[in-house]
Design a protein around this ligand. Structure first.
Ligand SMILES: [Cu+2]
Length: 132
C-alpha cells in the first residue's frame, strides 16, 4: 500500500519534471501560449472544451457555460504518465486513454452544472470545470 503510493509519487514527480522541461524548451520557441479558457469553443450548438493530458491536465481550471450540451475533448500526445488515466466520478467515467489521440467525453446539458472534478488514475493530478 505504502510502496504503491511511493511509486505513484515518483511517477507523478517525474511527470512534473518532464512537463517543466517541456515548458522551458517550449519557452524558447515562439508558440501560442496556453491561456485559461483558451480551450472553449462552440460547434453546432455544442460547447467544446479542449484539454490536454500529459504530465497533468491543461488547462486544469476551466470555466464553462452551464446547461449547454458539452463535449470534453482530452488530447494525449505521447502521454505515458498517469494523467493518461482519466477519472470523472460524477460521470462514472474512468478510462485509460491511448498515449496519443483524442478522447471525447459527452456531458449532457443536465450534467453541465456546478463543478465537475476530474483526476488522473492515482488522484494526484486534478482538473476542474466550473459550469456557470
Ligand atoms: Cu497521478
Amino acid at each position: 500500500m505504502q510502496k504503491d503510493s511511493k511509486i505513484a509519487l515518483a511517477f507523478c514527480g517525474t511527470a512534473i519534471g518532464l512537463l517543466f522541461i517541456s515548458v522551458l524548451v517550449r519557452g524558447s520557441t515562439p508558440q501560442t501560449p496556453l491561456q485559461a479558457n483558451s480551450g472553449i469553443s462552440m460547434e453546432n450548438g455544442i460547447q467544446i472544451i479542449d484539454m490536454t493530458a500529459k504530465g497533468g491536465f491543461s488547462p486544469s481550471s476551466i470555466t464553462a457555460k452551464a446547461g449547454v450540451p458539452t463535449e470534453l475533448r482530452v488530447a494525449t500526445n505521447g502521454t505515458y504518465d498517469c494523467s493518461s488515466t482519466l477519472v470523472i466520478p460524477s460521470l462514472s467515467y474512468q478510462k485509460t486513454l491511448k498515449p496519443t489521440g483524442t478522447e471525447t467525453i459527452t456531458i449532457s446539458s443536465e450534467k453541465a452544472t456546478g463543478t465537475l472534478n476530474g483526476t488522473c488514475g492515482m488522484g494526484m493530478y486534478k482538473f476542474q470545470i466550473a459550469f456557470k
